[in-house]
Write a protein that binds this ligand. Structure first.
Ligand SMILES: Nc1ncnc2c1ncn2[C@@H]1O[C@H](COP(=O)(O)OP(=O)(O)O)[C@@H](O)[C@H]1O
Ligand SMILES: [Mg+2]
Length: 449
């Protein structure tokens, strides 16, 4: 018997190699290679195809794509205004984060025929969840199935407008020899669904688990196939969940959707600033509020620092929700330009609420909170601090200043510290006191008064 040819594929990014590798040269993941059979069912290129012709761009119809609203405003916002007919959306996230909950809630709110294919749960289990979530819908069809051919034939017969596949790792194509969950199966099944969805003009939401161990192939291998990639993140210790678009052919990737997980399902967070500031203790040194732009929305977030003397040679720096290297740079700037003795102190920095801040606009708040904790002086709790910090200790301008000021004002803050350069062209009509600063020392003096 002829020996089957195999290759090794990185289950995180899809990198292929003829031999097993411990570390993926592409995505640098360890232990992510799995052996897969090389499939030979690709049709050979044929030169006899002549019926296809190219079209002039002027002849192509410019009708806007048709969108269907999911009925969950935060979800629609991340999608760029709703599901586009004929598109495939991938929702990735850790197991247990709430992907099935989200798609079940959305499918009941969609005012159209939805086919929910579950490869993980039986129809009864989904029904039980639907009862818990108080979800009712007559146009929602359940199909517990893992065979792609069967799924496709049900799609053909039922003709739904939206198909949900939960999850792609459990679906398999009969024609392939690899097992369900392998990179080849995941890719092939998704491509076939995409092709079908484009031809018959329905939308597909594909759910994909992400595993850090790389045991099951990650949704990363699908990123270039699908139209939209959405990441559902959150800390299982917190009830907030954030929906973030990583790729979107039909909208911006800057938008985020914020939810809270309850026993009765996910609820939308309409005013995230209020939620993130709700547990703030205003009288503790090291707490400073900043305004970060997430997508097109400003969100007020509390930055917390704890600075303690270090008894050992190597002081610790630990961050949650903020870049570790960025913190080191800011501490060095504070030491050199402000004379604050931080190089021999342990610094712990936390962005409250499990949010990740990547914007440089929060630099100044990080500096102020570190100094507030170092000096054990409470920062003024009615002030919002915004600004990027340069290596010279100068405060640099940031984008969307109007939106940030407006949000701070809306939440009842009385003062906002902003970069001097942002004052150009700024029409200050608001009741909040806007104070421009040029460097970190000025800002610290104003905050710790
Ligand atoms: N009976 C329950 N009461 C409250 N929360 C629940 C209950 N059952 C599940 N959950 C919540 O739902 C989450 C699982 O959601 P699910 O949509 O199944 O996740 P995923 O599909 O991403 O694996 C759990 O982590 C938990 O927070
Ligand atoms: Mg699930």
């Amino acid at each position: 018997m002829k020996k089957q040819k195999t290759k090794y594929i990185c289950s995180n990014c899809g990198y292929e190699s003829l031999r097993w590798l411990g570390k993926c040269p592409d995505c640098e993941n360890w232990n992510s290679f799995t052996e897969e059979i090389i499939e030979n069912n690709k049709q050979k290129f044929s030169s006899t195809v002549t019926s296809v012709t190219a079209k002039k761009i002027s002849e192509v119809s410019s009708e806007k794509e048709i969108r269907i609203k999911t009925g969950i405003a935060e979800f629609d916002r991340v999608l760029g205004g709703g599901l586009v007919l004929g598109s495939v959306v991938l929702i990735g996230g850790d197991p247990g984060i709430g992907k099935s909950t989200l798609v079940l809630q959305a499918s009941s709110l969609l005012k159209t025929k939805v086919l929910y294919v579950s490869g993980e749960e039986s129809a009864q289990q989904i029904k039980m969840r639907a009862v818990r979530l108080k979800v009712k819908s007559d146009s929602l069809l359940l199909l517990p199935e893992t065979n792609l051919q069967t799924i496709m034939s049900v799609i053909k017969n039922e003709n739904p407008q939206v198909v949900i596949i939960d999850s792609i790792q459990t679906i398999y194509n009969d024609n392939l020899e690899n097992s369900a969950g392998s990179v080849t199966q995941i890719r092939e099944c998704t491509s076939l669904l995409l092709e079908d969805a484009k031809r018959f003009n329905y939308s597909v939401i594909v759910v994909g688990h992400v595993t850090k161990e790389g045991i099951i192939a990650g949704p990363k291998v699908l990123e270039h196939i699908v139209d939209t990639v959405i990441q559902f993140e959150g800390d299982t210790n917190h009830s907030y969940r954030i929906l973030r678009a990583q790729k979107n052919r039909f909208g911006s990737t800057n938008e985020i959707g914020i939810f809270e997980m309850h026993e009765t399902g996910l609820t939308e967070v309409k005013n995230p600033s209020e939620l993130f500031l709700s547990e703030r203790d205003k009288n503790i040194p090291g707490s400073v509020v900043t305004a970060s732009i997430e997508g097109s929305r400003p969100i007020l977030i509390e930055v917390q620092a704890l600075v303690t003397p270090s008894n050992f040679g190597n002081p610790q720096r630990v961050t949650t929700g903020f870049d570790y290297r960025r913190l080191s740079i800011l501490l060095a700037v504070l030491e050199k330009r402000g004379n604050y003795r931080l190089s021999s102190a342990n610094v712990f920095l936390n962005i409250a609420g499990g949010v990740k801040l990547i914007e440089p606009a929060v630099d100044l708040a990080v500096c102020c909170s570190a100094v507030s904790s170092l000096l054990n002086q409470v920062a003024d709790n009615n002030t919002v601090v915004i600004g990027e910090v340069g290596l010279g200790g100068e405060v640099r301008s940031v984008g969307f200043i109007d939106k940030r000021i407006h949000e701070a004002e809306k939440l009842g803050f009385r003062r906002i510290i902003i970069p001097q350069n942002n004052m150009k062209g700024l029409k200050v009509t608001s009741s909040i006191e806007v104070i421009p600063v040029e460097n970190i020392s000025e800002a610290i003096r104003l905050v710790l008064r």
